[in-house]
Write a protein that binds this ligand. Structure first.
Ligand code: HEC
Ligand code: HEC
Length: 415
């Protein structure tokens, strides 16, 4: 059943995408008159006033009279945005950079901008250039409507301009070799890297790792690549495409090794996990434009071969992490839909999908993203680590297979 729901959602999204390329969005007032006035009257009133694009999308998906009106299903994201702008729920000049970023950019970019290689150092002029030159951005008509003040606010949010810190969770792993999963934080403004030493979901102390300032290197994930019991850190250089592992000995970098270079910035490391069951971490790469998913099998710290997982071209779905959710010996994938807030699991059997499940609850606030997924220790239930990069809130879901057993909040860390 849940699998069918997921397939249906994918089909709806595909329909929306294909219509988006087939029709150009026209203006919100005309669209409102054509699609909405029949039931809501020529002049918007009540809940229509100030409705945002996501309120309208939700109403189309949930209110029975709207659900059964097939014309509404053909509306593209851009058209819904245009209607929202007309109703007054579109971007206003006072919207913050984070609000604008979440409504205009995350359909194609990572929710946490510091983890998207394409957004590093995005000044307002770089964004304006990108809107007029990058094919995918050029064909998205809502981007062209952004004013220079709004573009500047988005740039300030992405680059943390004027802020004294910008803390993000960049991975989880056992940094002090006590068999407990710790949380790795990076402050991209100052280059600080810090591990929260945990016992389950209880904070026990902090460990400072070497600082790496500048924004060419992104932390892509954490795994014990050389199997010495200490978590190691995978870095990716956004300008050269180099990939380097810091082999850690607790807080110190013991040595480093290079993996093959991937120069296309649209490839990101989506998760680290043991996909072939040899007990050693492998790397899941996801292509941010085409949605290809590729596993690099590692033999310790060297690349050995690759395999291909099913493609998921809808970029709204992002990998939250990889772990064996159902304890069947195969590493599974946890996905988050960053625009609808649905969360799902691919129950993998090797490289094929044995089952897929939608998780409950949905987390419709899209400022939340899944920061990492891991078992806190070798016997425990899988934890899903959540971070809200706008409010600074952090939370953990303890999972039993596909059920959320428990929900806990961690200390808030202002971004
Ligand atoms: C077939 C009739 C019908 C059409 C067409 C229709 N709606 Fe609705 N809509 C409803 C009904 C019924 C409700 C629920 C009662 C209410 O809020 O008035 C509703 C509620 C809403 C709400 C409030 C949702 C909430 O959560 O409170 C919004 C916003 C909305 N519609 C927007 C739109 C927009 C925008 C369009 C055009 C794209 C549209 N509707 C087209 C029938 C319709
Ligand atoms: C419809 C999809 C889409 C949307 C929406 C979108 N982008 Fe992009 N953007 C892309 C793609 C695809 C690339 C990478 C193109 C490449 O390098 O192949 C990109 C690249 C970029 C770049 C790098 C440009 C360069 O020349 O290095 C910046 C900066 C950027 N986007 C900012 C933004 C911002 C800010 C927003 C929101 C206001 C946004 N984008 C919305 C698809 C999108």
């Amino acid at each position: 059943m849940k699998r069918i729901i997921l397939a249906a959602i994918a089909a709806i999204v595909c329909t929306i995408i294909s219509h988006a390329t087939a029709y150009a969005a026209s203006d919100g007032a005309t669209l409102y008159a054509q699609y909405c006035s029949g039931c809501h009257g020529a002049t918007p009133s009540g809940a229509r006033v100030g409705a945002t694009a996501s309120t309208i999308t939700n109403a189309i998906a949930t209110i029975s009279d709207m659900k059964s009106n097939s014309a509404l299903k053909t509306l593209t994201t851009a058209q819904i945005q245009a209607i929202a702008d007309f109703l007054g729920g579109g971007a206003s000049t006072t919207d913050s950079g984070s609000t604008l970023f979440l409504s205009y950019c995350i359909s194609c970019h990572n929710t946490v901008p510091t983890t998207d290689p394409r957004l590093v150092g995005a000044t307002a002029s770089k964004i304006t250039n990108a809107i007029s030159s990058i094919t995918q951005m050029k064909s998205n008509s809502s981007l062209a409507a952004l004013t220079s003040t709004q573009t500047q606010a988005i740039s300030d949010f992405i680059t943390s301009s004027g802020k004294s810190s910008n803390w993000t969770i960049v991975g989880v792993g056992d940094f002090n070799a006590d068999n407990n999963t710790d949380i790795l934080w990076r402050d991209t403004v100052n280059g600080y890297n810090v591990a929260w030493l945990m016992n389950g979901t209880t904070y026990q102390g902090v460990m400072s790792l070497p600082t790496l300032a500048g924004n060419s290197w992104l932390v892509e994930g954490v795994g014990d690549f050389n199997q010495d019991g200490y978590a190691d850190i995978l870095w990716r250089n956004v300008s050269t495409g180099e990939n380097v592992i810091w082999l850690m000995n607790g807080a110190a970098v013991k040595s480093y090794v290079s993996l093959p270079t991937l120069s296309d910035r649209n490839w990101t490391v989506a998760a680290i996990g043991d996909f072939n069951g040899d007990g050693k971490p492998d790397i899941l790469l996801r292509h941010l434009v085409y949605g290809y998913n590729v596993i690099w099998y590692l033999n310790g710290t060297s690349y050995s071969s690759y395999d291909i997982l099913p493609q998921l071209s809808d970029q709204s779905w992002v990998v939250g992490g990889a772990a064996d959710m159902d304890k069947d010996g195969h590493t599974d994938l946890v996905w988050r839909n960053k625009t609808s807030g649905y969360n799902a699991i691919w129950d993998l059997s090797g490289t094929s999908i044995a089952n897929s499940y939608l998780l409950s609850p949905q987390v419709s606030d899209t400022s939340w993203s899944i920061a990492a997924v891991a078992r806190p220790d070798s016997n425990g239930y899988v934890n899903i680590f959540w971070r809200n990069q706008v409010s600074g809130s952090n939370a953990v879901w303890t999972m039993n297979g596909t059920n959320v057993l428990n929900y806990e909040t961690l200390t808030t860390v202002a971004p």
